[in-house]
Design a protein around this ligand. Structure first.
Ligand code: NAP
Length: 329
């Protein structure tokens, strides 16, 4: 048994919200668990929602925040995961139903850890984090549903965010024409082109009718709301629109016309509930054919657990460009 400071979130209906560093007791891992020395986590939009009390993310309270982590197994009570192994965990209830990555230690079931394999290291794995993982998952879903580069340009909304930046980069790596949509295209030209954007545009506009001029081979949408509806209405026949996020709105003010007239598919992704075999496959791809070449470009800053409250406000205000990496020890 030992103690260490973790970033704890108290978020229970009817009780005062609070979040900050608190001392936590850690016990040795029980059968089937591992104790991880956490080196890095990240700031994802969902982390900001939870840590700033902007949405009811926690299903149990209090919890250590952080929906992903990377570190080294310090002690193992599970066959198949040896002490000394470099691992990551993303989703799987971290920061929602079980203690997450904003701490120097985490005790988790061994069956939710993913090995970190070279050339990826712990730092790189958490610059990618849930954001890059979700972008890769979205891309794989599109490919599985028949998306090919020759179908035309793929729009990425919220391109300056973590998911958006990785989506732009991975699409371009695989030969797609990635078109980055952002609220401030002039200011973000150089950054997004460095990540691989063929073009940088402003907000995607809603067409006048249920269908607009078909211009996108497909789309990866981080915003929801009218933006998601506009992408559906302007995607070419048999294209795929992947819905990832709701940074603009959780509503979808759309008609079924794109689906039934153009055969457009609306695909969903959920990193939190991704089956482990898929998760392992995606992380293997992120260390091989999808290995990002943009980690230092997309890294906005490296912060500590003390910096989290300010980072949450910055993220919710849409002012973070790229990824915030959190050093946990
Ligand atoms: N389905 C899943 O499993 C999953 C996994 C990860 C993330 N997500 C969701 O995906 C979204 C993006 O996540 P993230 O981690 O990339 O977040 P992020 O880094 O904070 O980026 C969000 C981006 O959205 C744009 N944006 C923010 N507020 C906006 C507004 N009010 N109107 C229009 N655009 C706005 C900004 O891009 P510009 O500056 O370029 O305009 C911002 O950089 C979030 O909604 C998150 O909850 C879902």
């Amino acid at each position: 048994m030992f103690e260490a400071d973790a970033f704890r979130i108290h978020q229970r209906a009817g009780e005062a919200f609070r979040a900050g560093l608190e001392s936590v007791h850690y016990a040795a891992p029980a059968a089937g668990e591992v104790l991880i020395e956490v080196h890095y986590s990240g700031v994802n939009y969902k982390d900001a929602l939870a840590g700033a009390n902007a949405a009811p993310i926690l299903r149990t309270s209090p919890l250590t925040g952080g929906i992903d982590l990377a570190g080294v197994v310090a002690e193992s009570a599970a066959p198949g995961v040896a002490a000394g192994t470099e691992v990551l965990v993303n989703g799987a209830g971290l920061g929602e139903t079980r203690d997450g990555g904003y701490a120097p230690y985490a005790v988790v079931p061994a069956d939710i850890v993913v090995p970190v394999t070279p050339p990826l290291d712990l730092r790189g794995a958490m610059i990618i984090g849930t954001a890059g993982f979700t972008a890769a998952l979205a891309l794989e879903r599109m490919q599985t549903n028949g998306q090919r580069p020759e179908h035309g340009p793929v729009a990425v909304t919220g391109a300056c965010g973590g998911v958006g930046g990785f989506a732009v980069h991975l699409l371009s790596r695989l030969g797609y024409e990635a078109v980055a949509s952002t609220r401030n295209p002039d200011a973000a030209q150089d950054y997004l082109k460095k990540l691989g954007a063929a073009r940088v545009i402003g907000a995607v506009q809603m067409p006048a009718g249920a269908l607009g001029a078909a211009q996108w081979g497909g789309a990866i949408d981080n915003l929801g709301g009218e933006t998601a509806a506009a992408l559906l209405a302007t995607t070419k026949p048999w294209g795929n629109v992947v819905s990832i996020g709701l940074a603009q709105s959780a509503q979808l003010p759309a008609t079924v016309m794109p689906c039934i007239v153009r055969g457009v598919s609306l695909l969903g992704v959920t990193s939190a509930n991704c089956p482990m075999p898929w998760k392992r496959r995606i992380w293997t791809r992120l260390a091989t054919d999808l290995l990002p070449q943009c980690l230092d470009d997309i890294l906005a800053d490296t912060i500590t657990l003390n910096d989290l409250p300010a980072a949450f406000q910055q993220t919710l205000a849409g002012k973070t460009r790229g990824r915030l990496l959190v050093r946990c020890r």
